[in-house]
Design a protein around this ligand. Structure first.
Ligand code: F6P
Length: 319
């Protein structure tokens, strides 16, 4: 393999730039040319493809977002879209592709591989919801952003003796809520992976209030429902002064943490090794701090799980 391509797709995540840098530098180290495909699968279909040099990825390891841009493409879900993409890859003489993104991006890579084009997936999403890897690139930065917000909200919650509902991202996964809720000392964490019992939540709040607790923090994963709605229910049932903060896309930005930069560097470089070893349809990941790879189709057929013992612990520590 003498020419490979790299693209980022789906929701961006901090550390994607560090992963692209690792792909480019590792490939050039092995005398392989690298082509950047701009705007994800959209740019693949329309041929927004440029050769990347060592210098193209200088000064980006610390930057959030992705300098290759990202997009979600409906057209690429069609056979016609996929054929257009393969035509462009062939036209540029590209023989293998690294796809950095979440499960939607993996589906595109799976399709290309089925059509005979070798792809390797690198897990880039703040949601931490890709089966087969303990962590995805961007998750650590996102939870650190959330923690910063929780700590700040806690200050004002204390001053005003209020109950705060903080809604965080994660799509269908509760990882962001669970990790940041546990680290932020939240009284209650609501995640889609555990049963949400509003009577229990309200009972705990009332008991806490009766015991003299003057403020409370509730972290809600967006996959559970709207933080605003939950806030209304709590206000009606308890009459406690309640405020809601929906953190939103702030969670997707910012300079990646050390963990995300290191993870991105390791996974990006490993994806190139796999392509050069003639592997295809694989996704890379990290398990117990060891690099692993597994079939993209296998990853897509599994359900993401999280460590429910952490959830139990959060309940025990917030009595
Ligand atoms: O998958 C990353 C993510 O940020 C999710 O947590 C969130 O549900 C979604 O993307 C938001 O998507 P968009 O950027 O299209 O609003």
């Amino acid at each position: 393999m003498k020419k490979i391509g790299v693209l980022t797709s789906g929701g961006d995540s901090p550390g994607m730039n560090a992963a692209i840098r690792a792909v480019v530098r590792k490939a050039i180290f092995h005398d392989v040319e690298v082509y950047g495909i701009y705007q994800g699968y959209t740019g693949l279909m329309t041929g927004q493809i440029k050769k990347l040099e060592l210098g193209s990825v200088g000064d980006i390891i610390h930057r959030g977002g992705t300098f290759l841009y990202s997009a979600r493409s409906e057209e690429f879900k069609t056979l016609e879209g996929q054929k257009k993409g393969i035509e462009q890859l062939n036209k540029h003489g590209i023989e293998g592709l690294v796809v950095i993104g979440g499960d939607g991006s993996y589906r595109g890579a799976e399709k290309l591989t089925e059509h005979g084009f070798p792809c390797v997936g690198v897990p880039g999403t703040i949601d931490n919801d890709i089966p087969g890897t303990d962590f995805t690139i961007g998750f650590d930065t996102a939870i650190n952003t959330v923690i910063d917000a929780i700590d700040k909200i806690r200050d004002t919650a204390t001053s005003h003796e209020r109950t705060y509902i903080i809604e965080v991202m994660g799509r269908h996964a509760g990882d962001i809520a669970l990790w940041s809720g546990l680290a932020g000392g939240a009284e209650t964490i609501l995640i889609p992976e555990a049963t949400v019992d509003m009577e229990d939540v309200i009972g705990r709040l009332k008991r806490g209030h009766d015991r003299g607790k003057r403020h409370s923090i509730i972290v809600v994963a967006e996959g559970v429902g709207s933080g605003v709605e939950i806030g209304k229910q709590i206000k009606e049932a308890t009459n406690l002064e309640t405020r809601v903060s929906v953190l939103g896309h702030i969670q997707r930005g910012g300079s990646p943490t050390v963990s995300d930069r290191v993870l991105a560097s390791r996974l990006g470089a490993y994806s190139v090794e796999l392509l050069l070893d003639g592997k295809k349809g694989r996704a890379v990941g990290i398990k117990e701090n060891k690099l692993v790879d597994f079939s993209i189709s296998e990853a897509l057929s599994q359900r993401h799980t999280l460590d429910l013992s952490m959830y139990k612990l959060s309940e025990e520590l917030s009595i």
